[in-house]
Design a protein around this ligand. Structure first.
Ligand SMILES: [Zn+2]
Length: 433
């Protein structure tokens, strides 16, 4: 098995992105059927949950049936199961001697991998990084944590499988990151968006211009809520392309952007659904909602119908100029519970801040959702200097919010200093019904 150490043979990306939607659905359905039969037979945890939900794996005739019929799991369910019978609960389906990796996710939750699981997992990540633009010959610095969690070691293995040379930077020690990226003429950086910005600031403090004095051409960002503006800022700071990947401790690698950007192509080995978090039903194609994933390959601890808690803006089905046929996932807006939904639109606070950020004289804001009659009302209260509290300005802001949020809020003026620093910026006062 290739354990991530680059061999002399050139890395070949899988054909997952070249298959038609029908071909792809057929392959995913075959893998899903095998997974469900396997989990039912070998996992006391899934057998119990399937039984309790009245779900029979034989009922799944198409991948869409899984969402309609099988029970959901989420991080809490997995944590509770392991806590009942440490360390693995009834989640482990293989003999302990078949395990090669235990990753820790804060909770605690242990994510368990067999040899075959990890091999396929790294191959998937390598495919994603390859499509994002990483190539043999690149020198890669990884600024993710290498301890306990998967981020550092998984990216490390995946880049080396492509044939890149990896600098295992790890988390922290920003000045050393800059020194070594300069010394080695590092071409690719993997980082959380906020850490990429911090590295640029560190370089500047060291008297360097990160765009001129470093050699980065590609930055792979993972995690956190981000906007096009944030992405452009990172790219401009380093004079590099910025591409996003969607990956989580529990669900693994789900998608990555190609050099055209504009959404993360979904990988083949993960079944992805987007649901309305209130009802658990699939949303209409392209609509925003919570991401649900099934890992079609992992066996030691299967992940089936997993509610991630992440809200995406939706899937894009139009073909991408890069030629990959897999749908693209738009960016992650935030977490379920943190983002209210008003008149069908999710309202991430970041979107409100981007509009208000254009006007330096505005103070704090507070967004309030309530339902005084039978429809939702969305009001943004804004601290504004009295001289600016004009109807024309209110109209301009409302127009900007309409573009940014997709709905028309009411705007109320507040005197500067009315909102305390620790007041909540978003209040959802509707009764859950
Ligand atoms: Zn593409």
């Amino acid at each position: 098995m290739n354990d991530g150490i680059a061999s002399n043979t050139e890395f070949r990306p899988s054909r997952w992105g070249r298959l038609s939607a029908d071909e792809h659905a057929g392959i995913q359905m075959e893998k899903l059927r095998d997974l469900l039969i396997y989990a039912h037979k070998n996992s006391p945890f899934y057998r119990r949950r399937f039984h309790d939900a009245g779900f029979n794996p034989e009922q799944v005739k198409a991948t869409e049936d899984l969402l309609e019929r099988a029970p959901f799991i989420n991080k809490t369910v997995l944590m509770d199961e392991q806590a009942k019978k440490p360390p693995f609960g009834d989640l482990l389906t293989v003999a302990q001697e078949d395990l090669v990796r235990l990753y820790y996710s804060p909770g605690p939750l242990l994510i368990i991998f067999s040899h075959a699981d990890l091999n396929a997992y790294i191959q998937r990540a390598a495919n994603g990084l390859y499509h994002a633009g990483a190539r043999a010959g690149d020198i890669v610095n990884i600024s993710f944590n290498y301890n306990w969690v998967g981020a550092g070691t998984q990216h490390d293995d995946a880049y080396r499988r492509i044939g890149c040379a990896v600098l295992p930077g790890g988390a922290g020690m920003s000045e050393t990151h800059i020194d070594l990226m300069k010394l080695t003429r590092t071409t690719v950086l993997s980082a959380f968006p906020t850490y990429a910005i911090r590295l640029a600031e560190t370089a500047k403090k060291m008297g360097l211009d990160p765009a001129r004095d470093l050699n980065l051409r590609l930055i792979i960002i993972v995690g956190e809520i981000r906007s096009d503006e944030d992405k452009k800022q990172i790219g401009d700071l380093f004079g590099a392309q910025v591409r996003e990947m969607y990956v989580g401790n529990e669900m693994g690698f789900v998608g990555s952007e190609c050099p055209h950007g504009g959404g993360m192509h979904l990988f083949s080995d993960t079944l992805v659904e987007v649901i309305d978090p209130r009802t658990g039903r699939r949303v209409d194609p392209g609509q925003p909602g919570e991401i649900v994933t099934t890992d079609l390959h992992r066996r030691a601890m299967p992940i089936i119908n997993y509610r991630t808690g992440d809200i995406t803006e939706g899937l894009i089905y139009e073909e991408c100029p890069c030629g990959l046929k897999r749908p693209r996932m738009k960016r992650i807006l935030g977490r379920v519970g943190d983002i209210p939904r008003v008149k069908g639109m999710f309202i991430p606070p970041r979107r409100i801040e981007l509009v208000l950020g254009k006007y330096q004289d505005l103070g704090r804001y507070q967004a309030v959702v309530d339902r005084p009659e039978k429809t939702d009302r969305f009001t943004i209260k804004i601290e504004c200097p009295p001289a600016r509290q004009k109807d024309d300005f209110r109209k301009t802001l409302i127009e900007n919010f309409k573009v940014s949020l997709g709905i028309l809020p009411e705007v109320q003026w507040l005197q500067p200093g009315t909102i305390a620093e620790d007041d909540r910026t978003l209040m959802d006062l509707r009764k859950i019904n």
